[in-house]
Ligand binder design. Structure first.
Ligand code: ARG
Length: 460
């Protein structure tokens, strides 16, 4: 194989199969721009600290920017023999400016360099993910506002439980996403320390200024321990955990919507643009996009568990195992970004069948708790009220009736205290709107929830 920048101590060239095995360039090429920006800051610092001359720094920096430009216009060729993105760029630099280019790696190692590139990458992706999440929260809020008073059955155990507002239901997902957003912001601050200057593992003999590099690259601080720094991938794991959590939330929404979109439920109708057909059954319109969001959750979890497993039992400090981190990270980022965009479009194009939602509340004794609450207002202790209503429900099932169907005379057989006002009390609208407790499903509470959510987004 061809010349390596590190081949001085080798007496023969590496095996071709090893080159293939060892190379990360096909993956870490994604870090190209961050690697350039990191090198620029590093070289500025080297000049400022009189480790290289100003004119040398200028030559290197100009060339690095030129390399970046050429990369962006597809003019940089690379392959397995380049090993990784760091070697590729250094090789390209030396090719272009000769001897001076060989100074770029002074007081630096690929170990702190790759940690830097990954932190820069995670910072940028973190901000982009935050934007995608904000967009999705806004879409959910709009959907809630447009359908604020639509009533649907709320479920526990996928059994009809109590009637709720559709707006309340869908806003539950906004709350999950709000936590996801806060979690990302926390991850950001954990990522926002500069590793550069840790060098291979022990720091460097040169009188460098790590704080200068950090401020050039917009880091809040520098890392404290060089051994830790070159072996630390906690910031990637935290990102992967946040991504797993986001994808899990999206997967639950996808599952809800797959069910609601069935012929049995018909609560919603997915737009044709996010469904696909069957090669044999002409009538089919399948919710593939949602199924993929649910399915891809598996790989996002796998990425998290994968990297946790790579790190488990790694001796300090840097080990080549760490090179494996990127595929997990890139895969999860790509998957979650796309899922966030897709689900946002699905929500924007969705049709809601208000009629079917509210009609579904007519069966399943969804107002039974309210009947029990009614008895409590008439002085019956709740546990007794629960038992009485249980008997009433049993009677209804046996006689094919709903709670609304029962005559006052029938009611009084179960409890003398039931009066004419019971019918108003057990109306579905009443059930919803009496749940005025903070965070509950009444129109009033949901409006408050929306206000709070908007205020949260505005204050970010
Ligand atoms: N490609 C390597 C990685 O992704 C860069 C660091 C290599 N360091 C080393 N000492 N071999 O981790």
């Amino acid at each position: 194989s061809n010349l390596k920048l590190w081949e001085g101590r080798f007496s023969k060239s590496t095996a071709q199969i090893f080159d293939l095995f060892n190379a990360s360039i096909m993956t870490d090429i994604k870090l190209f721009e961050y690697d350039i920006l990191g090198s620029v800051a590093h070289v500025k610092m080297l000049a400022k600290c009189n480790i290289i001359r100003e004119d040398e720094a200028k030559l290197i920096i100009d060339s690095l920017y030129q390399i970046l430009e050429d990369f962006k216009s597809g003019k940089i060729e690379f392959g397995i023999s380049d090993e990784d993105v760091h070697m590729l760029i250094e090789k390209e630099l030396i090719k272009r400016i000769g001897e001076v280019g060989k100074k770029v790696h002074t007081a630096r190692s690929r170990n702190d360099q790759v940690a830097l590139d990954e932190r820069l990458f995670c910072r940028e992706k973190n901000l982009y993910l935050q934007e995608l999440i904000k967009t999705l929260i806004n879409t959910i809020t709009t959907l809630a506002e447009e359908n604020i008073d639509v009533i649907m059955p709320g479920f526990t155990h996928l059994q009809k439980a109590q009637p709720i507002l559709f707006s309340h239901y869908i806003l539950a997902y906004a709350q999950m996403l709000k936590r996801d957003l806060l979690r990302l912001r926390h991850n950001y601050s954990m990522t926002n320390s500069s590793p550069l200057g840790s060098a291979a593992l022990a720091g460097t003999t040169f009188e460098i200024d790590r704080f200068f590099v950090a401020s050039e690259l917009g880091f809040e601080s520098v890392t404290e321990n060089s051994v830790d720094t070159v072996s630390d991938r906690d910031f990637i794991l935290e990102m992967l955990f946040s991504l797993a959590m986001i994808q899990m939330h999206l997967s639950r929404l996808a599952e809800d919507f797959i069910i609601f979109n069935t012929d049995e439920f018909k609560f919603i109708e997915l737009d044709d643009s996010f469904c696909s057909g069957s090669s044999i059954m002409p009538q089919k319109k399948n919710p593939d996009a949602l199924e993929l969001i649910r399915g891809k959750t598996g790989r996002v979890y796998a990425d998290l568990i994968g990297l946790l497993t790579v790190l488990k039992g790694l001796p300090l400090s840097y080990n080549k195992d760490l090179q494996e981190d990127k595929e997990f990270l890139f895969d999860s980022i790509e998957t979650v970004e796309m899922s966030l965009i897709v689900i946002n479009e699905i929500l924007k194009t969705l049709k809601i069948d208000k009629e079917n939602m509210v009609n579904s509340c007519k069966s399943g004794f969804i107002n039974a708790t309210d009947l029990a609450d009614y008895l409590v207002t008439k002085g019956v202790p709740f546990r007794d009220a629960h038992f009485i209503v249980g008997n009433i429900v049993k009677y209804c099932i046996e006689n094919g009736k709903t709670l609304e169907d029962l005559s006052l005379e029938e009611y009084k057989r179960f409890c003398e205290k039931i009066q004419e006002d019971v019918y108003q009390f057990i109306k579905i609208e009443t059930c919803v709107n009496r749940r005025k407790s903070y965070g509950g499903t009444s129109l009033e509470s949901v409006r408050k929830q929306i206000d709070n959510l908007k205020e949260f987004l505005n204050k970010l």
